[in-house]
Design a binder for this molecule. Structure first.
Ligand code: DAH
Length: 349
């Protein structure tokens, strides 16, 4: 009985080895292994009619036969497949043709810049947080020491939105004009020390030009602790500039005014288009510098409002435009290029 099985397996192996192509191999497989009427399947069914004492040996022989047949199928299959592959490559593929072009996408320069800003300030211990683009008068102005009627509101005109959550006209909503409201929102929720950087979209009523858009991105930085000074602020911003530009741009730091910082300063980078040599330069307006951020020591009124004791805690804040950073590094002369979705531009930066 067992010898019959061994003979069956040998016969199958010989037929398998002689199968000329994958179709022939498949019909050989079916002839032996088909569940319905394969030769080996028929032999398997015979086990039921055997005396119990013979069954184990027969079962063993069945397994051996099956393994032999399967191994032969596997081996022949591999040979036929690789022959097929070689043949079709020889016939169809012209290996001298250039490869098909793979179009790889990339991050938008604005997204890239946001990531760079988070990463660089991250190396200095600033955690990245985000907040609402639609905010209210309190956070955007009042808590930042800009009461109603304050002249600073003039330069931060924006889109106002009827408050859909209730008709309290005293608290209309607005597209935030800067990321500075997040200073207040973060301080309300945390106790010092605080060190955050906040990237996000802002809105302004703006006559668009080469460096101004009415929808744009800013990043805000805030650090509050017991012993922070203007020199920490300067150190952080210079370190950022060095890491972001690799030392290529000159940095100008000079006094400015913001209601929520005292003293306040402005940081500017040298114009990459004209390097200060073209009085008619559209990018810098001819003065050779591009304002990049406002900054200063957080005003005691702002601290007091969130319940921080200004005699114990001080800190600095800064806020600047993401697009300007992106433009400065990619050599993009006009902010509008960033938002026109022109692939000729986007693929070049
Ligand atoms: N939020 C100001 C703006 O958009 C920039 C700014 C100035 C941010 C001083 C600050 C700051 O954090 O301390 O013009």
């Amino acid at each position: 009985m067992s010898t019959d099985l061994a003979r069956l397996a040998d016969q199958a192996a010989a037929e398998i080895a002689a199968s000329a192509d994958e179709a022939a191999l498949e019909s050989t497989r079916v002839r032996y292994l088909s569940r319905r009427d394969g030769l080996l399947t028929a032999a398997t069914k015979r086990i039921a009619g055997l005396p119990a004492a013979e069954r184990p040996a027969y079962g063993q022989a069945l397994n051996d036969a099956k393994r032999t047949i399967e191994a032969a199928l596997e081996a022949r299959g591999a040979v036929l497949r690789s022959a097929h592959l070689r043949r079709s490559l020889g016939e169809q593929a012209d290996l001298t043709l250039p490869p098909r072009r793979v179009r790889v996408g990339r991050l938008h320069p604005v997204s890239r810049t946001i990531r760079d800003v988070s990463r660089i300030f991250g190396t200095m211990g600033f955690e990245t947080v985000e907040g609402p683009e639609i905010d209210d008068d309190y956070y955007n102005f009042e808590a930042l020491n800009i009461p109603p009627g304050h002249p600073a509101r003039e330069k931060w005109d924006t889109l106002w939105i009827a408050n859909p959550l209730g008709d309290d006209p005293a608290r209309p909503l607005l597209g935030r004009t800067h990321t500075s409201p997040m200073q207040v929102r973060v301080m309300e929720r945390r106790r010092p020390p605080v060190r955050v950087v906040v990237p996000g979209r802002c809105y302004r009523y703006e006559a668009t030009d080469a460096i101004r858009e009415s929808i744009f991105f800013q990043y805000e930085g805030l650090a509050i602790d017991e012993r922070l000074s203007m020199s920490d602020l300067k150190g952080v911003l210079y370190s950022f500039a060095r890491q972001y530009f690799g030392g290529e741009r000159a940095v100008r730091f000079r006094p400015d005014y913001f209601p929520f910082t005292e003293p306040s300063a402005e940081i500017a980078f040298s114009c990459f288009v004209c390097e200060g040599r073209d009085p008619g330069c559209h990018t810098c307006g001819g003065d050779g510098w591009i304002e990049a951020a406002g900054c200063g020591m957080v005003h005691p009124n702002v601290l007091r409002r969130v319940g921080y004791d200004p005699d114990r805690y001080q800190g600095f804040a800064f806020g600047g435009g993401i697009e300007r950073l992106a433009m400065l590094r990619t050599g993009t002369p006009d902010i509008r290029l960033l938002y026109q979705n022109d692939l000729r531009y986007l693929e070049s930066v």
